[in-house]
Structure formats: C-alpha cells, structure tokens
Design a protein around this ligand. Structure first.
Ligand SMILES: Nc1nc2c(ncn2[C@@H]2O[C@H](COP(=O)(O)OP(=O)(O)OP(=O)(O)O)[C@@H](O)[C@H]2O)c(=O)[nH]1
Ligand SMILES: [Mg+2]
Length: 483
C-alpha cells in the first residue's frame, strides 16, 4: 500500500519482527513523538519526558490508556487514574535531526511479546499517533534528506541479505558509495549543461563557454564510467539475489543424488527407479558468499502418467526461469543418450552439461564423450561422479565463476545490484552516446543539451533527485511495516 505523505503526522509501529523475542521495540517518529510518548510512559525517576537527554536510555512503565493530555504535565505515580501498566521497559529519545528519520523519534523497548507490543502501539495511537505504513520510516528518512534513494533501497537489502557478499554490497550502498559515484558523474554533466546553456543564451555574442574538444573528453569519460558500472550489473544482481540453478535431465541419471551431495543433506529421495522425483525440490546454500538456490526436477521422458507429465511441465518451466541449467546425463548410457532431451532455451543463457556416474566407465570414454558434447553443444561439459565426489568441487567453482569472475573484488569498484539502477544507467548511456555523437558531428547545442539533460536526469533517478510518486510508492511498499 502506498504511504501517505503527511509529515505533520506522528507515526508509530512495531519495529521488531513478529513472534517472541527478548526485546520488542515500538518506534514513534514525527513532530509530536515526545508528547505522545510522554502520555504512554511514566519514567521510574518520575521526571518529565520533555527533559530527557537525547540518545540515553531511561527505565519506565508503559501505560494504558494514555494519560489525558491535560494532566500529563502534572503526572506523578500518585495520579488517581484507573491505569494499567502494559509493561516495563526502556525509553530512548532521539532528538531531530539525529535519528533514522531525521525527525524526533522515541523508541519504547519492551519485552518481546506480540501482545505487549500491540497494546503499546494501540496506546500510542490513542495518544495521537497514526500507525505507520510499510516503509514509511525509511521514506521519511529519504524525504528529509537523511538518505538518498539508493541508500533507502540498501536499507531493505541489508535487512534481506542472505549471504555475506550481498550484505557487504548492501552495506556499501548504504554508506552512500553508489550515490557518491552517481553524484560525481551527474555533477560533471550538469556542469557541462550549464556552460552549454549559457552558450545558447549568449549565442549572438559568439562566446563559447565550453570548448568542443573539452566536451568530447568529458562525455567520453562519463560514458566510459557508466558502461563500467553497467558491466557489473549481472554479478551485482546475482550477488544480491543469488543464483537459481536447475538440475535437469532424463530419469535416473542422478539429479537428486547431485542435489543431495551439493546440499550435503539427504533432501531428495534417491532410488534406482526411473521417475522417482516428480515435483520440484528447492533448497539454498551459500558457496563462498554466493547464495545458490538448487532446484531438483522430475526426469524428462515421454510418459502417460499424468503426475509425471505435470512434473516434467514444471521442470521445463523451472528451466526457463533459471540462471543456469545443469543438464545431467549418465556416462554409462552415453551410447543410448537421446540428445533431444537436452533443451537449450534462450533463457537462461547459461547451460552446463554434467556427465554423471563416471565411476562406471573408463577415463578414455569420459574424455571422448566430453569432447563430443563440447563440440556439438559449445557448452561447458563437466564430468562428475556423485558417488565418489569426483568433479564436484570443479562444478561448484564453475557455477560460481559463470557469475562472479575470479578477479571480482567486492570492495573495489561500485557494483550495480538493482534492476531499477540498471534501467536508469542504460537510459543515461543512450542519452550520453547520442549527445557525444551530436557534439562530434557539430550539431546545434540546443539538441546536445536535450540529451545531456536526459542523461543527467536518468542518473538523478538512481539517487532520487528526480523521481515520481509512483516510483517512491513502489520502492517503499516493498518494505515491511515498522521499517
Ligand atoms: N554409480 C553411480 N551411481 C549413481 C551416481 N549418482 C547417482 N547414482 C545412482 O543412480 C540412481 C538414480 O539416482 P537419482 O539421484 O534418484 O536419479 P534422478 O536423476 O534423480 O532420477 P529421477 O528422479 O527418477 O529422475 C540411484 O541408484 C543412485 O544411487 C554416481 O555418480 N555413480
Ligand atoms: Mg530424482
């Protein structure tokens, strides 16, 4: 649901995950945060919340119903009210702008009980707060200039990170590395644009505010950097979301055995009966910081069994959505192997042929089959034996290097991890190449300026300098309530 922008509202929400926990936190943010908190909280010291030092914890009782606003200034433990103490906890006040939202924030740290937290939230609402919408705290942080849009997205990436590398990239983006890089490029373009537009305004006086050769150098350099960033996008996407690896092939070739071995657990049933696996089996592992989701599928064959037919349909669907398909074949059956079962849809672009059960045949034969398959399919062909474990490490390495080049250093250049950033950079690249071509051909500066403005705006979208409500709603609605 899109968040309503009403900065005058003070919002509240449970900020910790649902379920039981040691601590649960209700966060209140907005201009009346202190006032609202002072009506649901009674400090054990009996002091007033207005006098609280920022960023310090105070022991307090959390009350329901809220103290009426008329008497909360005179409040003391002897006030005659039929009040009920929901919980005892700690209160922390973070004075604007030194808080996550850059607004006045009060957090109530209670016991981690869903019931307690709901009651505390209800008390805050009764005292005048509004329940926050999904992502509204982070959206306020963005709208108040505390974070740029790429950093706001990194907040969600940090929460969702499932592998060390994805966390590392999210943290770098959260620190503003992408924003700084984009800011630098955009400043260069806006600088050019200012000079170009000044030149247009003073055209009659024949003053050139920026030389053509200077423009060409700056445009080429910016274009180069945009392209370098675009080149990191596939690795970035895979590091953020992980890779989907589908294990496909004829029945009984050892697909489920391979899955189990790669997962190091007996996840799928393995038998010597063809047609054992009928449904998709999906499980994730992390290999050197890369999250890999392995999907075992039903063996592909012509069958009249409707359950198996459905399994085969699902296998094909999974292959179409995979990042990489491992086509498993049986080394001992290579003579009878039906190549028609090897499907190579255009998506995914990556296919690996895995020759399994090499423990059953001679090394020479494995070599011959591998060479023949390589020549015929142009694919990477890897011989393995799930039984002995031979070839499995090279298989894991091959999957990894398909997406993350061995030279990849997550700490070095900026890595693009979001489809939204990729789309904006692609638009920037197009506008930049058009403006470069125009300058080289000596086209009127007015036309060059249009493309330059397009490129600067596209870069601005990444950090949220240029943005629409739709985009913001889409981004922040992905967050959970309380973040
Ligand atoms: N000798 C040998 N046998 C293997 C190897 N890998 C798997 N097998 C055996 O091959 C048989 C079939 O294995 P599965 O993993 O069930 O094969 P599958 O491809 O999942 O079969 P379906 O689910 O029926 O499509 C089992 O008896 C396994 O023990 C291997 O590397 N060497
Ligand atoms: Mg199976």
């Amino acid at each position: 649901m899109p968040a309503v922008d009403a900065p005058e509202d003070t919002i509240c929400a449970i900020a910790t995950p649902a379920g039981e926990g040691g601590i649960g936190i209700v966060r209140i943010s907005g201009p009346h945060a202190v006032d609202i908190a002072s009506r649901v909280v009674r400090l054990r010291s009996n002091g007033s919340l207005d006098t609280l030092a920022s960023h310090k914890l105070y022991l307090a009782d959390i009350l329901s119903p809220p103290i009426p606003s008329t008497d909360h200034h005179m409040r003391s433990s002897t006030t005659l009210r039929s009040e009920h103490i929901i919980d005892e906890g700690l209160v922390v006040y973070m004075k604007a702008p030194h808080s996550f939202t850059a607004e006045d924030v009060v957090e109530l740290h209670c016991h981690g009980s869903g019931l307690v937290l709901h009651q505390v939230c209800e008390a805050c609402v009764a005292a005048g707060a509004r329940l926050a919408q999904a992502g509204e705290f982070t959206k306020r942080a963005f709208l108040n200039g505390r974070l740029d849009l790429s950093q706001a997205e990194a907040v969600l990436d940090t929460i969702r990170a499932k592998s060390e590398l994805s966390l590392q990239l999210a943290q770098r983006q959260l620190r503003g590395e992408l924003a700084q890089e984009i800011g630098r490029l955009r400043t260069a373009l806006v600088g050019l644009l200012v000079h170009l537009e000044a030149g247009i305004d003073f055209a009659e006086e024949d003053i050139a505010f920026v030389r053509r050769d200077e423009m060409i150098i700056i445009l080429k350099e910016t274009l180069h950097q945009v392209r370098q960033m675009l080149a990191t996008a596939e690795t970035g996407r895979v590091l953020r979301d992980g890779v989907r690896v589908v294990i496909a092939g004829e029945p009984n070739v050892g697909k489920s055995s391979l899955l189990n071995r790669l997962l190091r657990e007996d996840r799928a049933i393995v038998t010597d009966m063809p047609g054992t696996t009928r449904d998709l089996i999906e499980e994730s592992v992390t290999w050197q910081g890369l999250r890999v989701t392995l999907i075992d599928t039903a063996g592909l064959r012509d069958t009249t069994d409707i359950v198996e037919q459905e399994g085969i349909r699902r296998s094909k669907e999974a292959q179409d959505q995979a990042d990489i398909v491992l086509h498993v074949i049986n080394a001992a059956q290579q003579l009878t192997m039906n190549m028609d079962h090897l499907r190579f849809p255009s998506h995914p672009l990556k296919h690996v042929i895995v020759i399994n059960k090499i423990d059953l045949v001679s090394t020479i034969l494995v070599q011959q089959v591998s060479d023949a398959l390589r020549a015929r399919t142009q694919c990477l062909v890897l011989p393995v034996s799930v039984r002995t474990g031979e070839g499995l490490e090279p298989l894991k390495q091959a999957i990894r290097t398909e997406f993350v080049k061995p030279s990849f250093e997550p700490n070095e250049s900026v890595v693009i991890t979001h489809v939204r950033h990729h789309a904006a950079l692609t638009r920037a690249e197009l506008s930049l190449s058009e403006s470069l071509a125009s300058v080289e051909q000596g086209v009127e500066p007015e036309f060059v300026a249009v493309d330059l403005r397009g490129a600067a705006d596209a870069l601005g979208e990444i950090v949220g300098v240029i943005t629409s409500d739709d985009v913001l709603d889409r981004i922040f609605s992905e967050f959970c309530i309380g973040k």
